[in-house]
Unconditional design. Structure first.
Length: 93
């Protein structure tokens, strides 16, 4: 996967809503992701694209939870709210 493609994925954003609130969204660069993953090994990277897209290529270490299945697959996310979770998708579109 090229750096430009990874950067495009990371420019995308995903919001995760609970019944009471919407999570704050921050867009980061590929370099920021690399640093965060190196500094905090607890960080969870979630690829929200469809399984076919994930299989075609994804960032190493990412888990695949398609956006449409986020609520049903919430159990796969860390229960500890201090664990950073970074979501990525196709991009701004």
């Amino acid at each position: 996967m090229t750096k430009a493609r990874v950067f495009t994925f990371l420019l995308g954003f995903m919001f995760f809503a609970t019944s009471a609130a919407v999570a704050q969204v921050t867009v980061i660069s590929a370099q920021d992701l690399k640093v965060r993953m190196h500094v905090d090994h607890r960080t969870v990277l979630v690829d929200t694209r469809m399984p076919e897209e994930y299989q075609a290529g994804h960032i190493p270490g990412a888990v695949n939870i398609p956006a449409e299945q986020m609520k049903a697959e919430k159990r796969r996310l860390p229960k500890n709210k201090s664990v950073p979770i970074i979501f990525y998708c196709r991009g701004m579109s």
